[in-house]
Design a protein around this ligand. Structure first.
Ligand SMILES: NC(=O)c1ccc[n+]([C@@H]2O[C@H](COP(=O)([O-])OP(=O)(O)OC[C@H]3O[C@@H](n4cnc5c(N)ncnc54)[C@H](OP(=O)(O)O)[C@@H]3O)[C@@H](O)[C@H]2O)c1
Length: 327
């Protein structure tokens, strides 16, 4: 493969686009990987749309995660034909990412594909699935069990939300999906949600403490909704803050913490390699979702701009996965 197709941004404030790139333009690293699949994350939509501050170099191949096959390696840990997955480490921000048929990466960023996951499943999980695994591990370390009570998933129809519902319901949790998309209620139930709450039907209220509802929450939205989750958590409730699809800012009061012992737990995927490996092994085994075929939306590289628009508009659902072998 001489030239290869890539979705790149060239300037802050400007939408990216599909281009033909050359091998001479491959980013730094010692392993060349032929991309098989790449997940499309909310963050990638921001970067691809030219949101200032997201891309840290130009031109930049967008895409935070990918799975693929090693083409050549200068590192003894990898050889041609190895199936691998790569995510985080500044991919799609400081280093060229997954939205290209070919990429070069430092070997220490690369994980062998865990047994139990196919290439498409690994990219379908990607950084979204990994963040669900990190959150689950943190909440279980803090005592969460299926018998603790209801677990709310906010931003339910998105990538993180869909995977969280699938995994939690598989483990026996009673999952309540909170969504802005009434029309996706059937989809959310099929993934395993026991209840679906429409965002428009929920009064975020203004009382310092609301009725105690949730043993835990997986929140990928942030903003005033995170504050409401804190106020409506049960005694010793655990709220995992995973994302900011609804905004960064939230106001609040300390009563949930000091009167109910509620714990707000930050989730970040940039953990030591051993932690990442442990989480991937669980995602490939007991935490492996049951319903990939329901939440994965395979697209071609030339369909990426449409997916990016939908993610930015908040109308996307499930997890878009670019099939680099297609079209
Ligand atoms: N902490 C980490 O390490 C980590 C890792 C991965 C992702 N994240 C973050 O997690 C969040 C979700 O990522 P994702 O890839 O799952 O995104 P996504 O597929 O776009 O899902 C986000 C979902 O949030 C809901 N939402 C509510 N208000 C929204 C708004 N104003 N605009 C857009 N969506 C809105 C929508 O679901 P409903 O309509 O069903 O509510 C939407 O589908 C992002 O903020 C991302 O940066 C963090």
């Amino acid at each position: 493969m001489e030239g290869f197709r890539a979705y790149r941004v060239r300037e802050a404030g400007k939408l990216g686009g599909l281009e033909r790139a050359s091998r001479a333009e491959l980013d730094h690293g010692n392993v060349v990987v032929r991309t098989a699949y790449a997940g499309v994350n909310y963050k990638d939509a921001l970067t691809a749309s030219g949101r200032p501050g997201m891309a840290r170099k130009f031109p930049l191949v967008c895409g935070t995660d990918l799975s693929g096959v090693v083409e050549s390696s200068e590192d003894p840990r990898f050889g041609p034909g190895d199936e691998v997955l790569i995510h985080s480490f500044g991919l799609g921000a400081e280093h060229d990412g997954g939205f290209a048929e070919l990429g070069r990466f430092p070997a220490q960023w690369i994980f062998p594909l865990p047994g139990g996951l196919s290439l498409v499943e690994a990219a379908a999980l990607g950084v979204a699935g990994h963040s669900v695994g990190v959150a689950l591990e943190l909440l279980e370390k803090n005592g969460l069990r299926p018998e603790s009570g209801k677990v709310l998933v906010n931003g339910a129809s998105g990538g993180v939300g869909s995977i969280a519902i699938d995994v939690l319901s598989k483990l026996g949790y009673h999952v309540v999906a909170l969504t802005g998309k009434a029309e996706r209620a059937g989809y959310l139930r099929d993934l395993g949600a026991a209840e679906v709450l429409e965002r428009s039907s929920v009064s975020l209220g203004g009382r310092p403490l609301e009725e105690q509802l949730w043993a835990a929450a997986f929140d990928s939205v942030g903003s005033g909704q995170l504050e409401w989750l804190l106020r409506s958590a049960r005694r010793d409730g655990l709220i995992a803050s995973i994302g900011n699809a609804g905004g960064n800012e939230f106001a609040g009061n300390v009563l949930p913490f000091i009167l109910r012992g509620v714990r707000l737990i930050g989730v970040n995927v940039n953990n030591p390699r051993a932690t990442k490996l442990r989480v991937w092994q669980r995602l490939a085994s007991d935490w492996k979702p049951r319903h990939f075929e329901r939440f994965v939306r395979r697209i071609r590289l030339d369909e990426l701009p449409r997916a990016i628009d939908a993610l930015m508009a908040g109308t996307a659902w499930g997890r878009h996965v670019v099939d680099l072998g297609k079209g």
